[in-house]
Design a protein around this ligand. Structure first.
Ligand code: SD4
Length: 341
């Protein structure tokens, strides 16, 4: 094809795509009328159930979604048996437990901490960044300094169990950062990171309160044995978490690098705005990851979870095994997300 013909051809193809897009979404643009007096909280993985129970106490009394999600995710943060969130999280390759967390409310207010050490509840530091500073993100030593100046206490987060697991990993770990990171991505048999906890992962939580307002929180110790300083999707607003009070919210778990590339949570919220159901939007998100690199997508896990203003929820993931927990007036249940593979 001549370059002029090639140009004309692609121009026709792209205008057809735009037209199809308009047709697809015509008339279904999301209106966002909230459901009132019917609160709901959803969160990633089985351990989300206990976190939801705490969030539910607040929602059921008419409390604010923001307070519910903060209190909810504090449960796994403090649970030392959970080796992928907060206290007891698996360390980076240097043996340091570094935590990532973010929180977002119904007014686009958000706060985030990245690579924070020594603090059991990074989510509360993230909330303080949101409420007490003109900033959104604090990272590393600066985040720690801010936390300590605001009444948080320093604690050793590396439990004997996580230290033991890290030392075992060190026996075979080759210092080849990229390869090692890829090697620990996903163990299809176990549904979790090899050398890491089984079925334990980031907690992302979304809630709608009785007033129909949304908030979300996301907190993690990130990928086990990562390079010191590595930050995943979880504390990045738009990637690991996004909330838009007109539409709903979305959160992510799995290999953060894949989620960041497609700005996953924001993408899913925007797809819901255009009329997709939470599940269909999450599916489109994982398909976007496959489209970029189909070979890589087969080797990693990413799961998305979403909730809209009607109180409808849904999820989708790459590999089998992603579960999420739901609590509302009608049910307290763990669902298994549909997967592509
Ligand atoms: C990260 N998304 O740091 C987080 C960790 C996670 O399964 O969810 N792992 O990339």
């Amino acid at each position: 094809m001549s370059s002029r013909r090639k140009f004309l051809h692609s121009a026709v193809v792209s205008s057809a795509a735009v037209l199809t897009g308009e047709k697809l979404f015509a008339g279904s643009l999301y209106t966002g009328n909230p459901v009132l007096n019917d609160p709901i909280v959803i969160s990633t993985w089985d351990f989300g159930k206990a976190a939801n129970a705490t969030a539910w106490e607040i929602l059921n009394k008419g409390g604010r979604a923001l307070n519910a999600v903060e209190a909810g995710v504090m449960v796994p943060e403090a649970d030392e048996s959970n080796q992928s969130v907060g206290y007891g999280g698996l360390p980076d390759r240097d043996g340091k437990v570094t935590l990532d967390a973010c929180i977002m409310d119904e007014n686009y207010n958000c706060g985030s901490v990245m690579c924070l050490e020594h603090i059991v509840h990074p989510i509360s530091v993230a909330r303080m960044v949101m409420e007490k500073t003109p900033h959104i993100i604090l990272a590393g030593d600066g985040a720690l300094q801010f936390a300590l100046a605001n009444g948080f206490t320093k604690q050793n987060l590396l439990t004997p169990k996580s230290e033991h697991d890290w030392k075992e990993w060190l026996k075979t770990a080759k210092y080849e950062p990229v390869k090692n990171i890829e090697n620990q991505l996903y163990d299809k048999k176990e549904g979790a990171m090899p050398g890491g906890p089984k079925n334990h992962d980031t907690i992302g939580m979304l809630a709608m309160d009785k007033a129909g307002n949304f908030s979300g929180a996301c907190t993690t110790s990130g990928m086990a044995y990562k390079i010191h300083g590595r930050v995943g999707d979880s504390p990045i607003i738009g990637a690991g978490l996004y909330v838009d009070n007109e539409v709903g919210g979305a959160t992510a778990t799995g290999v953060g690098e894949e989620v960041i590339r497609i700005v996953g949570a924001h993408l899913i919220v925007e797809l819901m705005r255009q009329g997709l159901s939470p599940e269909a939007a999450c599916k489109e998100g994982v398909e976007r990851i496959i489209k970029r690199n189909p070979k890589k997508a087969k080797e990693v896990q990413v799961g998305f979870l979403a909730l809209n203003k009607k109180g409808e929820f849904g999820a989708y993931c790459l590999q089998k095994g992603f579960t999420y927990a739901v609590r509302n007036n009608r049910e307290e249940k763990i669902y298994t997300a549909p997967s592509i593979y």
